[in-house]
Design a binder for this molecule. Structure first.
Ligand code: ZN
Ligand code: ZN
Ligand code: ZN
Ligand code: ZN
Length: 312
């Protein structure tokens, strides 16, 4: 877990004080949240004990250090000054004791996405020891997004949350999201907004590209069918074990690698074979269905050749 931090000892944070102005701060990754509060308090001329540090829907407690809060380089951290104590002190506080602290960067929404066993065509084709071509970012992140700005590619994403009312990242969550529905369907998760005079209680989730620093407005579309191939399931088409993969929302949860999926989309588009779905618009059926049709066609052709050969 700490491997990401071995590369550097200092972290560059963007501190947003009372959601107004942001300023960069270079801090040691061993810096505690209390030390961060003291540094910001000194800079802003306010008492340190009136400050709350909020990152990705959690209030960070004083004795945590930056490296065990999962704060990647160039994260935006909200620091709010609160003169009065909140009624619900424990809402969304990232604890410093009792096991590994879990932040939004660690939430796994894909627990039900991959098939529990390699069922369907995948298992028939799979006859080698799986070793996915892994990359550490994919292991670190369980979300994927399409970055249409600088990357123009599928990249690991960052899940972030803001207050639905004031749109600031000063909201702490009442509970963590546990599935895609929790983050994609609005108004499912509540919280407390710590921005002055805001009484917002609804969480609004959004996604950012994890490959580079992003501004507040640079959000990305989450790709909820794409996941890290944690169960080493082979691609239904090329049989390679790759990661990340796309899991079709069919009953078998057929798995396809992104290269094959791209090819499948281009082929279907060229053959005008996208089908209209009343909910999703133009879409594609599971490749497993197409593979089955292809297999049936092959059997039919083989039979026809056999009949022709017998007659001759
Ligand atoms: Zn990007
Ligand atoms: Zn708010
Ligand atoms: Zn493939
Ligand atoms: Zn399928």
């Amino acid at each position: 877990m700490t491997s990401k931090y071995k590369e550097y000892n200092t972290a560059l944070l963007f501190v947003r004080f009372n959601s107004s102005h942001g300023f960069p701060m270079e801090v040691d990754s061993d810096t505690s949240i209390f030390q961060l509060k003291e540094a910001v308090a000194k800079r802003q001329g306010v008492p340190a004990d009136q400050l709350r540090v909020i990152f990705a829907g959690k209030e960070l407690s004083n004795d945590l250090t930056l490296k065990n809060c999962d704060l990647p380089q160039q994260s935006i951290v909200h620091i709010v000054q609160n003169r009065q104590k909140s009624e619900n002190e424990n809402c969304g506080v990232l604890p410093s004791n009792g096991g590994e602290p879990k932040s939004l960067t660690r939430v796994d929404l894909n627990t039900n996405l991959l098939p529990s066993d390699s069922s369907g065509l995948a298992v028939i084709l799979d006859n080698k020891v799986p070793t996915p071509s892994d990359n550490s970012d994919a292991k670190y992140s369980s979300f994927y997004i399409f970055c249409k700005s600088s990357c123009q590619a599928v990249k690991p994403g960052k899940l972030r949350v803001r207050c639905k009312t004031c749109k600031h990242g000063t909201l702490t969550l009442a509970r963590d999201p546990s599935c895609w529905e929790d983050v994609l369907i609005p108004n499912r998760i509540s919280g407390i907004c710590h921005f002055q005079n805001c009484s917002g209680e609804i969480a609004e989730f959004y996604f950012k590209c994890g490959a580079h620093p992003t501004s507040d407005s640079e959000t990305s579309v989450p790709l909820n069918l794409i996941t890290t191939n944690s169960r080493y399931i082979s691609c239904i088409t090329c049989t390679d074990v790759r990661t990340p993969v796309l899991v079709f929302p069919c009953i078998h949860h057929h798995v396809i690698c992104l290269g094959c999926f791209h090819l499948y989309c281009v082929t279907m588009l060229n053959n005008r074979q996208f089908v209209h779905d009343p909910v999703f618009g133009y879409s594609l059926p599971c490749v497993g269905f197409i593979a089955l049709l292809y297999l049936l066609c092959l059997i039919f052709i083989e039979r026809a050749i056999m009949m022709w050969w017998l007659r001759c």
